[in-house]
Design a protein around this ligand. Structure first.
Ligand SMILES: Cc1cc2nc3c(=O)[nH]c(=O)nc-3n(C[C@H](O)[C@H](O)[C@H](O)COP(=O)(O)OP(=O)(O)OC[C@H]3O[C@@H](n4cnc5c(N)ncnc54)[C@H](O)[C@@H]3O)c2cc1C
Length: 389
């Protein structure tokens, strides 16, 4: 480009940070505006499996792959599927040298990206209110304090409830009919050996009808549980969500008839429960190009969390930065980026929606159907035979 573009990224999530990193690596200045007050102001969530063709490709582009590998847990790819009687239906082991989809704590990955940026890149405590387009293809970012700042490119990497999205589209996230309730177990090998046994080194899922219980091992003996069910968004009507005992009783009532060892996931967790109703954007979600403004990650394509959202956010971020670097104008860069990202996102969102319907059907029959095609490791090379007990 003939002059250095002024670039703002709204949101210091994985997608925004990898975009900033790739830009800086190529000498393009960028500022990231983040509403959180600091890098550790909020727990960053659970573990992510980073896929070879998407998330890992982005980390290669960012020159951070080896550091990622050093932090990642290939053994975390182990998967167990149980029915509601706690009978192990399928068990995929994972070799320590299998690098198809190694797991990493989201907090570790975010810290790796943050540490790779020039100090001062992220302006913490900056809630963006909106973005508006200006003549000559530039855009104004409206800050929470009612001031504004003009840029040649504003990138909305601000997640599900993006404040940048309305500049491009009228789409609003809507409830997908499924809720995840999150629970935690600390020091699981010593304090919760039965939970440690259920989850093994990676992920376990117990499923019947439109209910499931999922455990995921994070680093340092931390395990996150997701209590998942299809139902109304107000499943907790009449309850105070801070009243752990009352929430537990309501959840246990939903899992009547499940094996005692599985019910311990709901009974024995440390601390309270976090209610996470699942929101999605319409599929496909698209927009007519607006000069100087674009979206990446969940802001562009919020979909059911079936294991691709963070990976796509990383890939979007890296590819958008590469387009800005390679093209002679922001307009050309956005054409190149959006013409690949939008159809890819639509394909993934459609598949994610189908997976959600299969995993959480409308009917609540007592089965544990888990089609082979949905098995998370089904496309790994040289899969191990299933072990059952
Ligand atoms: C329970 C659960 C499990 C998941 N598991 C997986 C998984 O295993 N694998 C996978 O690939 N994906 C997974 N996902 C999906 C994944 O979390 C998201 O797709 C991913 O985080 C999207 O990244 P992002 O950078 O687009 O947005 P985010 O990670 O949401 O980051 C957005 C950032 O923008 C900031 N922000 C928001 N609004 C503003 C504003 N107005 N001004 C300034 N800053 C703002 C936020 O504070 C945040 O830091 C899961 C999701 C959930 C809910």
């Amino acid at each position: 480009m003939s002059t250095t573009p002024r670039i703002a990224i709204v949101g210091a999530g994985l997608g925004g940070l990898v975009c900033a990193r790739v830009l800086q690596q190529h000498g393009v200045p960028v500022t990231v505006f983040e509403r959180e007050t600091g890098p550790r102001s909020r727990s960053q969530g659970g573990t992510l499996d980073i896929h070879e063709d998407t998330g890992q490709a982005a980390l290669h582009a960012a020159g951070l792959f080896d550091q990622f590998l050093a932090l990642s847990r290939p053994e975390g790819q182990e998967w167990r599927l149980y029915d509601r009687h706690a009978t192990l239906i399928r068990h995929d082991q994972a070799d320590d040298d299998d690098l198809s989809r190694p797991e990493i704590d989201r907090g570790q990955l975010r810290a790796l990206l943050l540490d790779s940026l020039t100090p001062g890149t992220v302006r913490w405590g900056h809630l963006a209110r909106a973005v508006t387009s200006l003549p000559r293809g530039t855009a104004r970012l409206h800050h929470h304090d009612r001031t504004g700042e003009d840029f040649d490119l504003v990138i909305g990497a601000d997640g599900a409830w993006s404040r940048v999205r309305p500049a491009l589209s009228d789409a609003q996230p809507f409830y997908a009919g499924v809720t995840l309730v999150e629970a935690h177990f600390d020091d699981v090998d010593h304090r919760h050996p039965d939970i440690a046994h259920l989850v093994g080194r990676g992920t376990m899922s117990a499923k019947a009808g439109h209910r499931s219980l999922v455990l995921q091992r994070n680093s340092n003996g931390h395990v996150r549980a997701y209590i998942n069910f299809r139902g109304p968004r107000n499943w907790h009507a009449g309850l105070d969500l801070a009243d752990t005992q009352a929430v537990r009783a309501r959840l246990l009532a939903q899992y009547q008839g499940w094996h005692e060892s599985l019910l311990d996931i709901v009974r024995d967790n440390d601390g309270g429960f976090i209610n996470r109703p699942m929101f999605v954007l319409p599929v496909p979600h698209s927009w007519q190009r607006v000069p100087g403004i674009t979206l990446l990650g969940d802001a562009a394509h919020l979909m059911p969390p079936v294991g691709v959202g963070a990976n796509l956010a990383l890939l979007d971020g890296a590819e958008l930065a590469q387009a800005v670097i390679a093209r002679s104008s922001i307009d050309e860069a956005l054409d190149a980026y959006e013409s690949v990202m939008l159809p890819r996102a639509a394909d993934h969102a459609k598949t994610a929606q189908q997976m959600l319907t299969t995993l959480m059907p409308d009917s609540d029959s007592d089965d544990a159907v888990f089609p082979d095609s949905l098995w998370p490791t089904s496309n790994l090379p040289d899969p191990h035979p299933a072990h059952t007990s």
